[in-house]
Design a binder for this molecule. Structure first.
Ligand code: IFM
Length: 443
């Protein structure tokens, strides 16, 4: 039997994001977001599904928070919907939108749970997209205005702030591969988006420091450190390019290291950096959030866009077809710790999609998800022992929810959602977390 030890102040949380769980798409004065638009484009989201209703957390947050409390979670990572707070992207604050998040935070506190608010988890107001969105520099000022409204309206209630979720997905999935809103496939736009997201993050931290608020503020990155498929020099170089393009362009500007030359060469397009920008992107943060699900193997491929290509591996995969590689988490966090030993780290997402269904006894016995979680938590405990400054872990996700282009087909929740009735049923993995958090992390 193995007993895992986590420090007493290790923070246990669970996460969701506004468009994926809130619903109330046309209520409470919410404006349209790029995901409302994208979901209406035929073929972009599985079966034309959308987040109009999602998990209806807008109306059911008390029930959801009650369940989190019963399970023993200490923090809830949710995101603020920009179009709910500023329906026109800038200008007048929507009091109903703000009130919803104030109520949510107050309910969390009533149940002894901390409020961790992500300022941007992909639901950009459509009116701002109409002006070019993340590809135009005006967006960084619009973002600063929005985050300032959030600090003013919610600063007394939020315990941990995250500026932006997964810049990689915003820039590349949204602007290079077109799988996410706004659905562009243009390297020039993607490179602009990379820099504007980095700059918006830095400006958001600067604006935060001016408020005098004391809760920690950081960013969430889905960093990837692909391993070379073979030990050939060519594949090792391919893995370096992959890390530079996929991760270093987001991590290095935060650490004051600018954009890596390898990435600039591979992308083939200059970043639209103006004098002073790289000082802003390097504004001091209190933590780095890392989202980890998988690791890939890559090899040299002269026919590929950036000269590297993912290679098949032997690992079991999740329902997302993502290989299960707990060792990749160890490699990734070790690298981030080496790059930024002084900055505390959080796992802000980690989780497993599977075809859950309600079994004959009315429960969901998700043994394979529990196995995945155990393997990744073992890595976390080992890393802490080895001196990595890992301060907490958020399970993705609290609820099954709208998994972007996959619609509702991929279930990541530790709590099952019966979408026909909106009934919540904790899966076995929810009870697994309850035991882990209660200090009985043994298996
Ligand atoms: O559901 C997403 C989340 O919105 C961002 N990180 C990855 C998750 C699983 O794909």
């Amino acid at each position: 039997m193995q007993r895992l030890e986590f420090p007493d102040d290790f923070l246990w949380g669970t996460a969701t994001a506004s468009y994926q769980v809130e619903g109330a798409g046309h209520e409470g004065g919410r404006g349209e977001s790029i995901w409302d638009t994208f979901a209406r484009v035929p073929g972009k989201v599985y079966a034309g599904e959308n987040g109009d209703l999602a998990c209806d957390q807008y109306h059911r947050y008390k029930e959801d928070i009650g369940l989190m409390a019963e399970l023993g979670f200490q923090s809830y990572r949710f995101s603020l919907a920009w179009p709910r707070i500023l329906p026109l992207g800038t200008g007048t604050v929507n009091p109903e939108g703000l009130a919803y998040y104030r109520n949510l935070c107050e309910e969390l506190h009533k149940r002894g749970i901390k409020a961790c608010a992500t300022l941007y988890h992909w639901d950009l107001p459509q009116v701002l997209q109409d002006r070019g969105g993340w590809t135009e520099r005006f967006i960084v000022d619009a973002f600063t205005e929005y985050v300032t409204a959030c600090y003013e309206g919610l600063g007394d209630l939020v315990d941990q702030w995250i500026t932006i979720n997964e810049p990689f997905c915003i820039a590349y999935l949204g602007h290079l591969w077109g799988h996410h809103a706004p659905g562009f496939t243009d390297i020039n736009l993607a490179v602009k988006a990379v820099h504007h997201v980095n700059l918006a993050h830095g400006l958001a931290v600067q604006a935060y420091r001016k408020t005098g608020l004391q809760a920690p503020i950081g960013i969430t990155l889905n960093l990837a450190t692909p391993r070379p498929a073979t030990n050939s020099t060519a594949d090792k170089h391919a893995a370096h390019i992959a890390r530079a393009v996929e991760s270093e362009v987001f991590l290095y500007p935060l650490l004051g290291k600018g954009y890596p030359e390898l990435a600039i060469q591979a992308l083939g397009v200059p970043f639209p950096v103006q004098p002073g920008d790289l000082a802003v992107t390097a504004e001091k943060i209190d933590f780095i959030g890392v989202n980890y699900y998988t690791e890939s193997a890559v090899g040299k491929d002269t026919g590929a866009l950036f000269q590297y290509q993912g290679k098949p591996t032997w690992h079991d995969t999740t329902d997302m077809s993502w290989p299960i590689v707990p060792g990749g988490l160890e490699r990734l966090l070790t690298w981030v710790h080496e790059e930024a030993p002084e900055i505390p780290l959080y796992i802000t997402e980690n989780g497993y999609a599977r075809q859950d269904h309600i079994e004959a006894d009315g429960r969901i016995h998700d043994r394979d998800r529990i196995e995945y979680l155990k393997q990744h938590l073992e890595v976390c405990a080992d890393l802490i022992k080895a001196g990595v400054n890992l301060k907490g872990y958020y399970a993705w996700s609290f609820l099954d929810n709208f998994e972007w282009a996959f619609g509702y087909t991929k279930r990541f929740g530790i709590v099952y959602v019966d979408y026909a009735t909106q009934k919540r049923i904790p899966k076995d993995s929810a009870y697994f977390f309850r035991d882990v958090m209660a200090g009985y992390a043994e298996w």
